[in-house]
Design a protein around this ligand. Structure first.
Ligand SMILES: Cc1cc2nc3c(=O)[nH]c(=O)nc-3n(C[C@H](O)[C@H](O)[C@H](O)COP(=O)(O)OP(=O)(O)OC[C@H]3O[C@@H](n4cnc5c(N)ncnc54)[C@H](O)[C@@H]3O)c2cc1C
Length: 507
């Protein structure tokens, strides 16, 4: 039994609630805190055995803005007309309040907050308005002990610890292993609670859906994304339940095509439930100064043996999957699914190629510093020479030789004339043995879900608010074109606060 189970006064269905929050990641926790602080009796339900969601394995970087007007300019440019200005304005303004808000929350854990300036990912107007807030230290907190089922960045776990402590401090009950299935509505059509089936339901004046996206639903992914399969990077609990519940009361959907992802490895042991993203290299801003210390030892080839993408896109962990999605009508298939990762012996020694992340009890996977354990495990294959490499890739040897020598020539000039990879990242691939692996699209988190307005009210197909229903977090994210790193967490905190406050005022 978890600490949070102990806090829940059973049975919750007997109590009367003002607000029910569905999902206990950052967004749900923040919504519950805000609703509680606005005077509401609030309960959180969480499907999994422990709270945390994707949030707990995130990198913990929350985007903030130093100037709301400039931030809005950037958000508008990066959203490609997919989100109303009023919604983006609210996010931009909310981002300026986050440093102080997170400082306040941090008190519960005696945590130290860090603040830094960092431009937007792309050279768009307003890009200089931004920074990050992080939890840099939480005394006495060891993520490995408190959250042993999580592998991610300690900063993400520290941030979750802070919101978790705030829930506990306020005595907000979190009922784990409680999966909301349906929304309840009263005779007037207002949302008035949730139902878990088997006669278990909770009534309330308002419901906040903060139950994440559909990283864990291959079925929804198949309907909305052309490329398949797409492997989830970290978490199985988000299966689009909030999308279905919102749809069932008439919600409109947006941004369903858009996911934050990249390319990565698939474990040959089919019981390993996640894809493994490649090592996170620093993002770079096109047109900015190139960093000379970032090297990438691999290239990607399509199934015809040709490079097809800049393997080091400016914000690779967000857009890296997109080039893999090309469908070829000529051959009626996806020639880049899987793509081939190819590196050599020099590259193998440089750094770990992959980095597992997960929130999953009972799972244990590390990645070795020299990549040899992964060769042993079959995640990477080894070829003693180019002939063997070509056989492994099922390609004619001449094709592989041509691609490698072309690549190696461009490395000499440090110019990727064809695909625009930053010159300083380029490394020749010529020292046997060679290493290769199939590369798949990986979803870190989805952006699609119910449309909401600036008050986080869920809107129906005609743009009208659905009474009693709010959404927060990545469930219906505002990002519908180009993502801003740290933006999902910003939305969890800004949108979560608004949803909680608004829900508390619902009559
Ligand atoms: C490895 C990784 C690193 C990342 N790093 C960053 C970062 O540094 N900055 C950033 O901005 N973004 C980052 N992201 C994205 C970000 O973590 C997520 O978008 C964000 O945490 C989502 O928060 P959430 O509260 O909306 O959802 P979640 O944290 O996923 O919480 C949703 C919760 O709802 C529960 N749930 C689902 N269905 C039900 C149901 N029917 N009933 C009850 N409960 C339910 C789930 O179990 C889950 O606990 C990262 C993502 C990954 C995978």
């Amino acid at each position: 039994m978890s600490v949070t189970d102990l806090l829940a006064p059973p049975p919750l269905s007997d109590a009367s609630w003002d607000v029910v929050v569905v999902g206990c990641g950052y967004a749900g926790a923040v919504a519950a805190i805000a609703a509680h602080d606005a005077g509401a009796r609030v309960v959180v339900v969480e499907k999994q055995a422990a709270p945390g969601g994707i949030s707990i394995c995130s990198a913990g970087g929350v985007r903030i803005a130093f100037d709301a007007k400039l931030a809005l300019e950037y958000l508008e440019a990066t959203n490609g007309d997919t989100t109303p200005r009023a919604v983006l304005k609210t996010l931009a303004e909310g981002m300026t309040t986050l440093p102080a808000y997170i400082e306040d929350l941090a008190v519960a854990s005696r945590a130290r907050v860090g603040l830094r300036k960092a431009p937007g990912n792309y050279p768009l107007p307003g890009g200089d308005a931004f920074g990050f807030v992080t939890i840099d230290e939480a005394p006495g907190f060891d993520p490995g002990i408190e959250y042993p089922h999580v592998k991610g960045s300690p900063a993400g776990a520290r941030l979750f610890k802070v919101v978790h402590d705030n829930l506990m401090r306020r005595g907000i009950p979190v009922r784990t292993r409680w999966a909301a299935r349906r929304l309840l509505r009263d005779a007037a059509g207002k949302v008035c609670g949730i139902d878990a089936g088997a006669g278990d339901s909770l009534e309330a004046r308002a419901v906040v859906l903060a139950c994440g996206g559909f990283e864990g639903s291959p079925e929804l992914q198949r309907q909305f994304w052309p490329e398949k399969p797409v492997l989830s990077a970290a978490f199985r609990g988000n299966t689009g339940d909030g999308i279905r519940m919102a749809q069932s009361v008439g919600a409109s959907l947006w941004h369903m095509w858009h996911y934050h992802g990249s390319y990565g490895f698939r474990h040959p042991d089919a019981s390993y439930p996640f894809g493994i993203r490649t090592k996170r290299l620093p993002d770079w801003v096109p047109g900015g100064t190139e960093r000379s210390d970032v090297r990438m030892p691999w290239i990607l080839l399509d199934r015809g043996g040709r490079r097809f993408m800049n393997e080091y896109e400016p914000y690779l962990q967000d857009t890296g999957h997109r080039p893999l999605a090309r469908f070829a009508p000529e051959s009626q298939d996806f020639p880049r699914l899987p793509a081939w990762f190819v590196a050599d012996e020099v590259g193998r020694k440089l750094y770990p190629f992959g980095r597992p992340t997960y929130n999953e009890p009972g799972l244990e996977l590390d990645w070795s510093d020299d990549n040899l354990a992964e060769v042993e495990a079959g995640i990477l294959k080894k070829a003693k020479d180019v002939e063997e490499l070509a056989r492994g890739l099922s390609l004619p040897v001449e094709r592989v030789e041509r691609t490698l020598s072309r690549w190696n020539r461009s490395c000499e000039d440090a110019v990727d004339a064809e695909l625009g990879r930053p010159g300083s990242s380029m490394m020749a691939i010529r020292t046997a043995p060679f290493y290769y692996a199939p590369m798949w699209p990986i979803v870190s988190n989805t952006q699609g879900g119910p449309v909401h307005d600036e008050c986080q009210r869920v809107l129906d197909a005609y743009g009208e608010p659905i009474p009693g229903l709010y959404a927060a977090g990545e469930l219906g994210s505002v990002f519908g074109h180009l993502y801003l790193s740290g933006g999902n967490l910003a939305e969890c905190f800004v949108g979560g606060r608004i949803a909680g406050r608004e829900a508390a005022q619902t009559v």
